[in-house]
Design a protein around this ligand. Sequence first.
Ligand SMILES: *Cc1c(COP(=O)(O)O)cnc(C)c1O
Length: 353
Amino acid sequence: MYPRLEVNIQKIKENTKLLVEKCRKENIEVAAVTKVYCALPEVVEALEDTGIKYIADSRIQNLKKLKHINLPKVLLRIPMMSEIEELVQYVDISLNSEIEVIKKIDQEARKINKVQNIALMVDLGDLREGYFKEEELFECVSQVLNLKNINLIGLGTNLTCYGAIIPSRENTQRLASLSREIENRFNIKLSFVSGGNSSSLHLIDKEDMPKEITNLRLGEAIALGRETAYGDKIKGAHQDAFKLVCEIVELKEKPSLPIGEIGMDAFGNKPVYEDRGIRKRAIIGIGKQDINVCGIIPLDTKIDILGASSDHLILDVTESDIEYKVGDKVEFNLEYGGLMAAATSEYVTKIFV
Ligand SMILES: *Cc1c(COP(=O)(O)O)cnc(C)c1O
């Protein structure tokens, strides 16, 4: 069945082991982030014996599918008030930034006789989730310590997401110092100081990682073998563990300029075209409902992606050395957005190789 997402589990495993080893040298434990491939159980099961210490995902639905996996589950997205009943059943550690939500977790955990682990998020300037003002963070800690069914295990931060801020020794040190200060002020021990995601790996290479950091949450680095501060390939890691394979449904020579008055395309945009004369165009059976056109790269480097509608992707194959025919397959490497969409689409078959 096409289109299909081919997943090379061995390559993902090798990437994971490489990163676990890199982090272990800094006394950092790895939480493997599974959201970009929708926590495909076949993949996550293979990661169990790679040395990772946690499974992390942004969605409870995904963690629910992984109940049989014998590793603590971290919920990455700060929880909705409406999902706390499920959270206490399927999540071992949640990342939090609102005291009302934490109080609700405390209540729900009490109902099932559980003590729920939480870490508090600190915003170091990326301006997504987390406490921005230190006084508010300390105030939250003092309230949390009164909640009987909550165990505060540490702090976390997230960078290079909304604000695209690059982790540095300075901003990461702020998280490290805050954890120290909370330990001293409240006389507690914080064992989980989660310093960031795949964009923090470069700090290890530069020997800029503060020693208080005990955890990193790695998604893209594991799945696509890239660090995400600069987009560099990680040495020794595979960038092609995932491959998208699609089928040609039409192949014809056509002009490069549409004929007639130009209105709006299927998505309400007014397109601009360049006249390149008559070109050989292939249509493949995949579209914007399944993929992010910007996140896919043809393995045949002489193919140009012209555009897509919901269900059709149009390629210019004029320059290719391959004589394509209808029914032939075209392969793509994936970037983060391309992988995320292909993994999420139920119209894309998943195959494990
Ligand atoms: C998605 C996510 C990660 C993983 O990010 P990568 O760049 O894929 O490593 C880590 N932490 C949080 C909170 C996330 O939402």
